[in-house]
Design a protein around this ligand. Structure first.
Ligand SMILES: *[C@@H]1O[C@H](CO)[C@@H](O)[C@H](O)[C@H]1NC(C)=O
Ligand SMILES: *[C@@H]1O[C@H](CO)[C@@H](O)[C@H](O)[C@H]1NC(C)=O
Ligand SMILES: *[C@@H]1O[C@H](CO)[C@@H](O)[C@H](O)[C@H]1NC(C)=O
Ligand SMILES: *[C@@H]1O[C@H](CO)[C@@H](O)[C@H](O)[C@H]1NC(C)=O
Ligand SMILES: *[C@@H]1O[C@H](CO)[C@@H](O)[C@H](O)[C@H]1NC(C)=O
Ligand SMILES: *[C@@H]1O[C@H](CO)[C@@H](O)[C@H](O)[C@H]1NC(C)=O
Ligand SMILES: *[C@@H]1O[C@H](CO)[C@@H](O)[C@H](O)[C@H]1NC(C)=O
Length: 917
C-alpha cells in the first residue's frame, strides 16, 4: 500500500537520471501522495491513471496541474472517470492544491482531518460519490474556498455554523445527502454566495432571516426538507434571485403582493406541496423572466391575476389543487392574456374552484401547449372550436365541469384539417355534452384513454372508434348511446377498461369481448342487450364484468345466474382444432418441454441438467423426460379455457396451466401448424427455451405498453407520475437489458429475441420487468438456418425492427440492441416510434439526436417535465438518452453491446438513487 523506502529511492534515482529538469524539481512529498492516492483506487475502467508512472513527468500526469513557477501540484481534476476506491488521507500532503475535482466517481471515505491541511483550496468538488461522515468544523481552515460541492453523497449531521466564516464562498451545494439540524444563520454572512443548494436533505427548523443578506444570490434551492414556518420577508428583497425552490417542506404563510417586483429576475418559482395560503401576488404580471411557476397543492385562494400577457418566457404554469376562484366572477378571463405566452407547454389548473366559460381566445394559445388540465372546476358553456388549433396537445382533461353542447370535431381535426396529437388522454366526463360524437374520432390513432361518461351524448357508437388502435381505456357510461357495439371494436386489442353502462345499447353482446387479451374491466350494465352471454376470459370473472340491468340476456357462466338460452348454445368444433395443432409445454420454473400431436406424445426434449431445484417435484426430477398426456394438459389448462389464455402470436397461443399431479404452474404453447414455418422453428425454439432460466424472462402480468402510456385517471393529476417515473422507467430498462444480456451472452447458445417492444415486456407487482415471448417464435438460435432467420425476422414489429433486417440481413444480437435502443428512447420520451410525427428518415432516434442539444425539455416525456430537471437528475437523463442513441444507431457496427448498455444504465441508476430518496 505505502511504498517502502528502498524502492522509493530506487524509483527516484531512476527519475533523476531519466527525465528532464522540470520533473526533478517536483516535491517528492507530492509524488508520494499521488501514488498513495492511486494505490487506493481499486477500479479504473478507462485507465485514466495509467500515465501516473515513472516514464512520464509528474506534472504531465493525467488530471494533475502544476503551478507555472514552482512546479507544485495546484489542481487535481479527475471527474467522471468511474474511479472507485477509498480516498487516501495522503491528499492532505498536496499542500499547494487549489482545485480538487473528483465529481461523479465512486470514491468513499470522509473529509478526514488531513483535508484541513489544504489551506489554499479554492474549489472542492466531490459531488456524486459515496463520501460519508460529517462536515468537520475546521472546514474553516479552507479560508480561500469559493466552490463547495458535496452534492449526492452520504454526508450526515449538522451543517456547521463555521461554514459562515468562509467569506469567499460563491457556491454551496450540499443537496441530496442526509444532513439534518437547521440552516445556520451565519450563512447570511457569505456576501459573495450565488448558489445555495441544500435541497433533498432532512433539514428542519425555519429559514433564517439572515439569508436575506445574500445580495448576490442567484439560486436558492431548499425543497424537499422538513423546513417549517413562513418564508422570511428579507428573502423577497434579494433582487438577483433566478431560482427560488422551497416546495415539499412544511412551509406556510402568504406571499407578498409585490414579490415579482422585488424579485424581477425570477425564472423558477416552485412552491409545490406546501401549506401556503393567501392570494397569488398581483405583481405576477411583471414577471417577464418567469419560466416555471408551480404552486400545485397549496391553499391559495382568490382570483388568478387577469393579465399574464407579460410572461413572455412562461413554459409551465401549475396552479392545480388550490381553492382558487372567486364568487360571482368569470375566473377564466386571464386565459385571453395567456395567448401572449408563446412558450407555454403545460397549463395545469385542475381541482380549483374556477368558474366562467372557456374563451374563444384559446384558439390563439401557443401551439407548444402539450398539457391542458382544467378538470374538477365549474367551467360552463361550450368548448370553443378553436381548441383544434392546439395541434400539439397530448392531454386534455375537462372532466367534472359544467360544459354543454356538442363536442367540437376540431378536437380531432382543426380547421386546416390537421390532426391533433392527443395521445395521453381526452377526458370530457361528468359534464353535460350532448349530440352524437363525430366519426372523425377514429383519427385519434394515438389516443390511449377516452372518457366521455356521465354526459348526455346520443347517437351510435362510431364504428371508427375501432381505428383508435392504442386505446386502453374507453368509458362511455351514463349517456344516451343507441345501436349496437360495433364489430370494429374487436380491433382494440390493447383495451383494458371498457364501460358502456347505462346507455340504450341493444343487440347481442359480441363474442369478441371474450377474446380481447388485456380486458380487465367490462361494464355492460343497464342497457338493452339480448341473447347469449359469451363464455370465457373476462366473462369468467364476476368481479371484472357486469351485465346487470339487461333483461333479455341468457346463458353465460353459471355464476351470472342468467336463464338458459332457448336455442341451446352450439358447441365449438374442438376436434378439428386440435388435430391441426401441436402443443408445447414449458415449465415456468423448470424448463421441461414436450411435444404433442393430436394427443399422442411423439417427441420429448429432456430437461437441462443444470436445472436442479429443491422445489422440483420428485416425479419430474426422477424422470428427465417427463411425459404428460393430452388429458393432463387439458386438465391443467381447464380444457384450454380462454380464461387461461395468456398470450397470442402469429404462430400460436399460450395458456397458463396448473399440472394436476403436483400443482406446478406451467405455460402451454399451442402451435398453429397451418402457419408456414411454425414446424421449422419448433426444434430451434425448444432448444432456446430449454436454456432459459432467468428471473427477467417469462412471467405473465401487465405489459409495459400499458404502463408506459398510462391511462388518464379520473382524479386528474399527472403529478404522481413525476417522482415515480424516472426511477421506475430506468429500473425497467435495466431489467430488460439484463434479460437480453442473458439471452445474448449467458445462455448456452446465443439467442436473439427478435421482437422486443413494450407489449412483450411484462411487469410484476413490484414493477420488475420480465421479457416475454408470447408473440411466439421469437426465440432463435444463432446457428439456425438462414432462411428461417429471415422469415422470422420479418415478423418483428414496425418501429422496432432494425433497418438492416429490411434489406435482408441476417438476424443478429445487434438487431435486438437496436430494438432495445428504441424501447429506451420510448421509455423516456413517451413517444412511440410509430408516432405520426416521424416519417421516412426522421424517426425517434433522429428526433432525440437532433432535439437533445436544444434542451432536455424538448425530448422528455411531458409527464417528466413538470419538475425542475436540473443538476444530477439532468445528468442522469442525458446519460440514459445517450445509451438509447448508441443502441439505436443505424449501422449495426456503430451500436454498443447490450452488456455495455446495461453497465451504463446501472451507472445512471447509481446517480439517480441518491436523487430520488
Ligand atoms: C515538500 O513539501 C513539504 C510540504 O509542503 C515540505 O515540508 C518539504 O520540505 C518539501 N520538500 C522539498 C524537497 O521541496
Ligand atoms: C506510462 O504512461 C504512458 C502514457 O500514458 C504510457 O504510454 C506508458 O505505457 C506507461 N508506462 C507504463 C509502464 O505503464
Ligand atoms: C503524508 O500523509 C500521510 C498520511 O496522511 C502521512 O502519514 C505522511 O507522514 C505525510 N507526509 C509525507 C512527507 O509523506
Ligand atoms: C479538525 O477537526 C477534527 C474534528 O472535527 C479534529 O479531529 C482534527 O484534529 C482537526 N484538525 C485540525 C488540523 O484542526
Ligand atoms: C456572522 O453571522 C453571525 C450570525 O448571523 C453573526 O453573529 C456574526 O457576527 C457574523 N460574523 C461576521 C464576521 O460577519
Ligand atoms: C401581448 O404582447 C404585446 C407585445 O408583444 C403587447 O402589446 C400586448 O399588450 C400583450 N397582450 C397582453 C394581453 O398582455
Ligand atoms: C455540483 O456538482 C454536480 C455534479 O457535477 C452538478 O451537477 C451540480 O450542478 C453542481 N452544483 C452546483 C450548485 O453547481
Amino acid at each position: 500500500m505505502i511504498i517502502n523506502r528502498p524502492s522509493f529511492f530506487l524509483i527516484l534515482a531512476h527519475i533523476i537520471t531519466a527525465t528532464e529538469a522540470a520533473f526533478v524539481s517536483t516535491n517528492e512529498t507530492e509524488y508520494r501522495a499521488l501514488l498513495a492516492i492511486k494505490s487506493q483506487i481499486i477500479s479504473d475502467p478507462f485507465s485514466a491513471l495509467s500515465s501516473w508512472n515513472d516514464s512520464v513527468p509528474l506534472c504531465a500526469w493525467n488530471g494533475v496541474t502544476c503551478g507555472k513557477k514552482h512546479q507544485r501540484v495546484v489542481a487535481l481534476e479527475l471527474p467522471s472517470l468511474q474511479l472507485m476506491g477509498f480516498l487516501s488521507p495522503y491528499i492532505g500532503n498536496l499542500s499547494f492544491l487549489r482545485v480538487l475535482n473528483l465529481n461523479d466517481n465512486g470514491f468513499h471515505g470522509t473529509l478526514s482531518q488531513e483535508f484541513s491541511q489544504l489551506s489554499r483550496l479554492r474549489a472542492l468538488r466531490m459531488a456524486i460519490n459515496s463520501f460519508q461522515g460529517e462536515l468537520p468544523t475546521n472546514i474553516t481552515n479552507h479560508a480561500y474556498l469559493s466552490f463547495l460541492n458535496l452534492s449526492r453523497n452520504n454526508f450526515h449531521g449538522r451543517i456547521p455554523g463555521e461554514v459562515g466564516f468562509l467569506g469567499k464562498l460563491i457556491e454551496i451545494d450540499l443537496s441530496l445527502n442526509h444532513f439534518a439540524g437547521t440552516i445556520p444563520p451565519s450563512l447570511g454572512n457569505l456576501s459573495a454566495l450565488s448558489d445555495l443548494s441544500l435541497h433533498s436533505n432532512n433539514i428542519g427548523g425555519s429559514i433564517p432571516p439572515e439569508l436575506g443578506k445574500l445580495s448576490n444570490l442567484l439560486f436558492l434551492r431548499l425543497y424537499s426538507n422538513n423546513l417549517s414556518g413562513s418564508i422570511p420577508t428579507t428573502l423577497f428583497n434579494i433582487s438577483s434571485i433566478l431560482t427560488f425552490t422551497v416546495g415539499a417542506n412544511n412551509l406556510s404563510g402568504s406571499l407578498p403582493s409585490d414579490l415579482f417586483i422585488t424579485l424581477p429576475n425570477l425564472q423558477l418559482l416552485l412552491l409545490r406541496r406546501s401549506k401556503f395560503s393567501g392570494s397569488i401576488p398581483t405583481s405576477i404580471m411583471n414577471a417577464s423572466q418567469l419560466e416555471m411557476i408551480s404552486i400545485l397543492g397549496n391553499s391559495f385562494t382568490g382570483p388568478v391575476p387577469v393579465d399574464l400577457g407579460g410572461l413572455k418566457n412562461l413554459e409551465v404554469l401549475a396552479f392545480g389543487l388550490n381553492p382558487l376562484g372567486i364568487e360571482g366572477r368569470d375566473d377564466l378571463r386571464f386565459f385571453t392574456s395567456l395567448a401572449n405566452c408563446t412558450k407555454l407547454r403545460v397549463l395545469s389548473l385542475y381541482q380549483n374552484g374556477l368558474k366562467g366559460t372557456l374563451p374563444n381566445s384559446i384558439a390563439n394559445f401557443s401551439t407548444s401547449l402539450t398539457i391542458l388540465q382544467l378538470d374538477f372546476n365549474f367551467i360552463s358553456g361550450v368548448i370553443p372550436s378553436g381548441i383544434g388549433n392546439l395541434v400539439n396537445l397530448q392531454l386534455l382533461s375537462l372532466n367534472f365541469n359544467k360544459f354543454v353542447g356538442r363536442i367540437p370535431e376540431s378536437i380531432v381535426l382543426d380547421g386546416l384539417l390537421r390532426l391533433t396529437s392527443l395521445s395521453l388522454g381526452l377526458s370530457l366526463a361528468s359534464n353535460d355534452f350532448s349530440g352524437p360524437i363525430s366519426y372523425q374520432v377514429g383519427k385519434l390513432v394515438n389516443l390511449q384513454a377516452l372518457d366521455l361518461s356521465e354526459n348526455s351524448i346520443s347517437g351510435e357508437i362510431p364504428p371508427t372508434l375501432g381505428d383508435c388502435l392504442v386505446l386502453e381505456s374507453l368509458r362511455l357510461g351514463n349517456n344516451q348511446f343507441t345501436g349496437t357495439i360495433p364489430p370494429s371494436m374487436s380491433n382494440l386489442r390493447g383495451i383494458e377498461v371498457l364501460d358502456v353502462s347505462r346507455n340504450n345499447l341493444s343487440g347481442p353482446i359480441p363474442p369478441f369481448l371474450a377474446e380481447l387479451p388485456f380486458l380487465k374491466n367490462l361494464n355492460l350494465s343497464f342497457n338493452m342487450f339480448e341473447g347469449e352471454v359469451p363464455k370465457g376470459r373476462i366473462f369468467g370473472n364476476l368481479s371484472a364484468v357486469s351485465v346487470v340491468g339487461n333483461d333479455k340476456l341468457c346463458g353465460g357462466p353459471p355464476m351470472l345466474q342468467l336463464p338458459t338460452c332457448k336455442d341451446g348454445a352450439r358447441k365449438k368444433r374442438r376436434n378439428g382444432f386440435w388435430s391441426q395443432r401441436i402443443v408445447l409445454i414449458i415449465s415456468v420454473t423448470v424448463p421441461i418441454l414436450l411435444l404433442l400431436v393430436g394427443g399422442i406424445i411423439t417427441t420429448v426434449l429432456c430437461q437441462s441438467k443444470r436445472s436442479k431445484r429443491e422445489t422440483t417435484p420428485a416425479s419430474l426430477m426422477e424422470n428427465h423426460c417427463p411425459k404428460l398426456s393430452y388429458a393432463e394438459l387439458s386438465q391443467a389448462t381447464d380444457r384450454f379455457s380462454p380464461a387461461n389464455l395468456v398470450g397470442e402470436g402469429s404462430f400460436g397461443v399460450v395458456y397458463k396451466g396448473v399440472l394436476p399431479s403436483n400443482e406446478q404452474i406451467v405455460a402451454v404453447k399451442v402451435l398453429k401448424l397451418e402457419e408456414k414455418g411454425s414446424i421449422k422453428s419448433f426444434m430451434a425454439e425448444c432448444e432456446a427455451l430449454r436454456q432459459i432460466r432467468h428471473r427477467n424472462l417469462y412471467m405473465p402480468n401487465g405489459s409495459l405498453e400499458k404502463w408506459l402510456h398510462p391511462i388518464l385517471n379520473m382524479t386528474g393529476g399527472i403529478d404522481n407520475h413525476t417522482t415515480f417515473s424516472v426511477a421506475q422507467r430506468l429500473s425497467i430498462a435495466i431489467d430488460v437489458a439484463t434479460a437480453l444480456d442473458y439471452l445474448h451472452h449467458r445462455c448456452h447458445d446465443c439467442i436473439v429475441h427478435c421482437d422486443l417492444k413494450p407489449s412483450n415486456i411484462l411487469l410484476d407487482s413490484d414493477f420488475v420487468a420480465h421479457l416475454s415471448d408470447f408473440g411466439l417464435a421469437k426465440f432463435l438460435m444463432a446457428k439456425a438456418s438462414r432462411t428461417q432467420s429471415s422469415s422470422i425476422a420479418i415478423r418483428g414489429t414496425v418501429g422496432y425492427i432494425p433497418p438492416e433486417y429490411g434489406i435482408g440481413r441476417e438476424v443478429s444480437t445487434q438487431g435486438d440492441v437496436y430494438s432495445f435502443g428504441i424501447l429506451l428512447l420510448e421509455l423516456f420520451t413517451g413517444k412511440r416510434p410509430t408516432n405520426p410525427m416521424f416519417s421516412g428518415e426522421f424517426g425517434l432516434h433522429e428526433f432525440v439526436d437532433r432535439s437533445l442539444s436544444h434542451g432536455l425539455n424538448q425530448v422528455l416525456d411531458p409527464l417528466l417535465c413538470l419538475e425542475e430537471v436540473q443538476g444530477n437528475l439532468h445528468h442522469c437523463l442525458v446519460l440514459i438518452l445517450r445509451v438509447g442513441l448508441m443502441c439505436s444507431a443505424a449501422q449495426p457496427n456503430e451500436r454498443i453491446g447490450i452488456e455495455e448498455a446495461a453497465v451504463e444504465l446501472q451507472k445512471a441508476r447509481d446517480v439517480l438513487q441518491v436523487c430520488t430518496k
